[in-house]
Write a protein that binds this ligand. Structure first.
Ligand code: CP
Length: 356
């Protein structure tokens, strides 16, 4: 269903809208058959993923020359973007900021509400609405689940609509991290992600990156997932139900040792203790969910080791020297994939693909 067909049915009440099934909501965040607000991994199909990854590849090739970089920077030089990151971030913030600059955007930022008018009592909703007076794109990270979606819902109904990109919302979703993760899997694994066994390790209950990545797996045939976590931090039922509905085989274990041998990719994550309510992470023995130098001998020669970063000690530093450790490459891929997504939202990807 296209957005125009759906508009007559859309609820003017946020709470009612929010409670709807995601498939009913997705058309509201599209315009002219393309993503307008990027909020959930479920918005991406295989065709769009392949297209975005092709645009990312083309942009990085073009940017190797001054003429190519100048061309890219001319495409959206009349646009401005707001980065509202009120939850800590290093790489998502920087990669989005630099993705904007690659395409010529001017950027503004708020990273701390104690120095915005929210400290004077302005609601977060009014605060983000203010941005639409000044900018053409809002990129957000927010600790409250659903708040980025609510911003998109508000902005879509405003007189001057502005697209919104989710740079991480609560423990809910981080769709652009999932995009760069799949781009990395495809570029580092022979034959791409199809048919591969991906082992996700760590705090799967509260890790929004592994949630968003699991959703994207519906686009790839023959993928098998293995979830390795402490019993208290298992993947949530909504994701397991989604995988079952899409006939994606998965299994759960708390023992990394045996499963690492069969992995084509091992996706490590840190414990997400910022979501603790009563220090519950302190009771978890996380040492069993770490990848050590000695484990390099156990994994396949072709297996890649990934991490959304930041890490603590769940990957031993010396592992970085191994060619199979791709997390620093993964991080850099984020800038190009995010630039490709912005190019898509602003309908300039055809110009990029046609440029010789
Ligand atoms: N992967 C990721 O979201 O990193 P940051 O928190 O540094 O943005």
């Amino acid at each position: 269903m296209k957005r125009t067909e759906m508009m007559t049915e859309v609820s003017p009440n946020w709470d009612q809208f929010y409670r709807q099934d995601i498939n009913a909501k997705i058309p509201f965040f599209c315009r002219e058959d393309r993503i307008y607000d990027c909020l959930f991994s479920q918005q991406f199909d295989r065709h769009l993923l392949d297209r975005l990854f092709g645009v990312a590849d083309k942009m990085r090739r073009l940017a190797q020359t001054k003429a190519g970089a100048d061309f890219l920077a001319s495409l959206l030089s009349h646009k401005r973007a707001m980065l509202y990151f009120v939850q800590p971030s290093t790489r998502t913030f920087l990669s989005f900021q630099n993705a904007c600059h690659i395409l010529g955007f001017k950027t503004s930022e708020i990273r701390d509400t104690s120095i915005s008018s929210e400290i004077k009592g302005e609601t977060p909703e009014d605060s983000v609405r203010t941005f639409s007076s000044y900018v053409d794109l809002i990129i957000m990270r927010h600790p409250v689940p659903g708040f980025v979606e609510k911003t998109a819902w508000v902005m879509n109904r405003a007189k001057r609509p502005v697209p919104v990109i989710n740079g991480g919302s609560g423990k809910d979703q981080h769709p652009t991290q999932a995009l760069l993760d799949v781009y990395t899997l495809n570029s580092c694994l022979k034959g791409g992600v199809e048919g591969k066994t991906i082992v996700m390790v760590g705090d799967l209950k509260r890790g929004r990156t592994v949630r968003s990545l699991s959703y994207l797996m519906k686009n790839y045939k023959g993928v098998r997932l293995v979830f390795v976590s402490p019993p208290q931090l298992r993947m949530e039922k909504d994701i397991l139900d989604f995988l079952s509905r899409h006939l994606i085989p998965y299994r759960e274990t708390d023992d990394l040792g045996p499963v690492m041998r069969e992995a084509d990719a091992i996706y490590m994550t840190r414990i997400q203790d910022e979501h603790d309510t009563a220090g519950e992470s302190k009771k978890v023995d996380y040492s069993r969910f770490c990848f050590r130098q000695k484990d390099l001998k156990a994994i396949k020669d072709t297996c890649i080791i990934m991490h959304p970063l930041p890490r603590r000690d769940e990957i031993e530093l010396s592992v970085d020297e191994d060619d199979r450790a791709v997390y620093w490459r993964q991080e850099r891929n984020g800038m190009w994939v995010r630039a490709a997504l912005i190019a898509h939202i602003f309908s300039v990807e055809d110009q990029i693909l046609k440029r010789s």
